[in-house]
Design a protein around this ligand. Sequence first.
Ligand code: UGA
Length: 446
Amino acid sequence: MTHTLSVIGTGYLGAVHAACMTQMGHTVVAVDTDADKVAGLAAGRAPLFEPGLDELLAATLATGRLTFTTDVSAVADCDVHFICVGTPQRRGEYAADTRYVFAALEAIAPHLRAGSLVVGKSTVPVGTAHALTELLRELTGRRLAGAAARLAWNPEFLREGFAIKDTMSPDRLVYGVEGDAKEADIALLDEVYAVPLAAGTPRLVVDLPTAELVKVAANAFLATKISFINAMAEVCEAAGADVVHLADAIGMDDRIGRKFLGAGIGFGGGCLPKDIRAFMARAGELGADQALTFLREVDAINDRRRVRMVDMAREQCGGTLRHKRVAVLGAAFKPDSDDVRNSPALDIAAAAQQAGATVVIHDPKAIPAARLARPTLTYAEAVEDALTGADVVLHLTEWSDYRDLDPARLTALVASPSIIDGRNSLDPAVWRAAGWVYRALGRPHA
Ligand code: UGA
């Protein structure tokens, strides 16, 4: 059975969720307070670069079942409401700012009809769902007496670059449900997710705090795995060992697995860094701070990789970056994304500039976003323009475009054929054979 759903917030998560829910057969009203974003989405323009999203928006808008609006009263016809607004890090603090989640609930509350289900998808500190349940009761209890509106938590695990696949066929669905009507909530969510469930997606039913924790625990584990291999990279550098071979070997153990053992300049983006900090802050509030002190180290290892990359660039330039030209390949926090939030690449580029270098950055998709975030850096539309005259090339986001470069052809452009692979994803043998000095984090300097 299909439903009429609302999606509140049309950022990364909401825009993808709205389009995918329409693709699954539902009718979707997506609401955002940002009129420009809504106008763009209504015209089929995604607010960000995500492979396949423009095409999916065009196809789903054409069904007539997907609308974007700034008018929150349009949610009145819906029986399920997904809250997909952001929870950024608070300025000057580790904690997450949940004000948009509460504001979203307050905005839809007057329009909720009897028996409707509000489903939180935003990443929130554990305990938020209980507070929202209280607020929902306060706001709608009297009006909807007899058939109260209810709240469930259904975290999302989509990765940028794979967001559509992760929504259409996720690894798992998690439903956090509580209260007398929880069987009805489960049945309703099963109808909403009928397509992935029919395809065999496992689903777990848990309580509200567990559902909230599943999300942050997963991201904390992923961040820890990355920082673990980056810590090994530090040891490898000191011992003259090779972290890529080490990762290959330990990754063959089924219990460990090779995924997320990519050593390099570490994690960035709008999720992992903010989520581990918010998790530490929340654990502190709950009196369980000791349980998560290791995440401080995870964060510190991650930050150190950026510093190490700049130091290595300095070494390659003969001890100083002053008056040197540095070419930076990549600005996005990861490939197939134009997201530059907490991007290690941009941080490193800015630090090299601060150290006196002339830095020129190339990225296949993220230059407009990077220009907004770091207007004082210099950007090049063509890789060749970034490389011309470079004393050192820093490979910082592993776009496939860079793997496809022909190093032999590039030697004529640079001042010195010297490259540092911050993502351990180029083939050292190919670059060295073409006459380049190739260095990487955690690998021997041949
Ligand atoms: C992450 C999680 O992977 C998703 O499951 C989650 O839903 C999402 O956050 C979220 O909370 O919304 P995402 O931020 O898109 O997804 O990026 P990841 O693929 O996790 O990569 C994060 C960072 O780690 C990137 O900067 C990437 O370059 C880096 N990374 C990843 C490594 O340095 N090494 C690796 O081996 C893997």
